[in-house]
Design a protein around this ligand. Structure first.
Ligand code: PRP
Ligand code: URA
Length: 235
């Protein structure tokens, strides 16, 4: 009988790790969980295992646009003098630039949805890869500019599982001195949400839906599977 080598065994890094229940994280400060019926409707199609990659990507983008609408509701404005075809008036524009940081690669579809709402936003790409054996995130790509003139940056990633990638992304963005940071995801597990909120209590967190738990491999349940693979067809 052949023995299974250590490297071939499935890693179960979350096995036996205590996790908070969903109810325990519902009232965390600065956490916004969407109640929008159109988001709920699209989430069901997104989770369905029969939804193929092109439709999955389109849904991520559409949910991204809806989340962008919710996450930008408290942005600051400044006055702007303009002339309509009929007379001068004082209008308002967004005070300071907006940054979107897609956490590669699954954050790309979400960022596209954000750009449909704020087309003038700068896009700062950040590549973080989760090691599936340890669940530690490692940085592999960084195109954050050194000159920053933004009122807010949104780190966007569909999945908040153990929170490792989100915590690292916000830590990296904080070093750029942006006055206000928000994190936006489609699905969160209570474990990762609590970790992110504890590590960065000074940011706003926007979520489409809060799920139940993580399985032993660190996947969100009931979840939607691997958000990167399902967007880009790399099964
Ligand atoms: C996924 C997901 C998050 C991360 C979440 O990305 O898009 O970035 O895992 O897990 P965590 O909360 O436990 O860190 P992955 O590293 O699989 O890369 P991908 O986007 O290239 O698929
Ligand atoms: N990353 C994913 O894409 N899905 C999960 O459920 C957890 C992490």
């Amino acid at each position: 009988m052949s023995e299974t080598r250590e490297s071939e065994r499935p890693a179960l890094p979350m096995k036996g790790v205590p996790q908070p229940a969903r109810d325990e994280v519902l009232d965390l400060p600065r956490v916004h969980i969407s109640t929008h019926p159109v988001i709920r409707h699209k989430m069901t199609a997104l989770r369905d295992k029969n939804t193929p990659p092109p439709a999955f990507y389109r849904l991520v983008k559409e949910i991204g646009a809806l989340l962008a609408y919710e996450a930008t509701a408290t942005l600051h404005l400044e006055d702007q003098q303009i002339e309509t075809p009929l007379q001068p008036m004082t209008g308002q524009r967004l005070a300071g630039g907006i940054g979107i940081t897609p956490i590669l690669r699954a954050g790309l579809g979400l960022a596209e949805g954000f750009r449909e709402v704020i087309s003038e936003a700068q896009v700062w790409h950040l590549g973080l890869r989760r090691d599936e054996r340890t669940l530690q995130a490692e940085e592999y790509y960084n195109r954050l500019p050194h000159q920053v003139n933004l009122q807010v940056a949104y780190a966007v990633d569909p999945m908040l599982a153990t929170g490792g990638s989100a915590i690292d992304a916000i830590t990296i963005l904080k070093k750029r001195g942006i006055p206000r940071l928000s994190y936006v995801c489609i699905l969160a597990a209570p474990y990762g949400l609590l970790k992110l909120s504890q590590a960065h209590p000074d940011i706003d967190i926007y979520i489409a839906e809060l799920d139940e738990s993580l399985n032993d491999r660190g996947y969100i349940l009931p979840g939607l599977g691997d958000a990167g693979d399902r967007q880009f067809g790399t099964f």
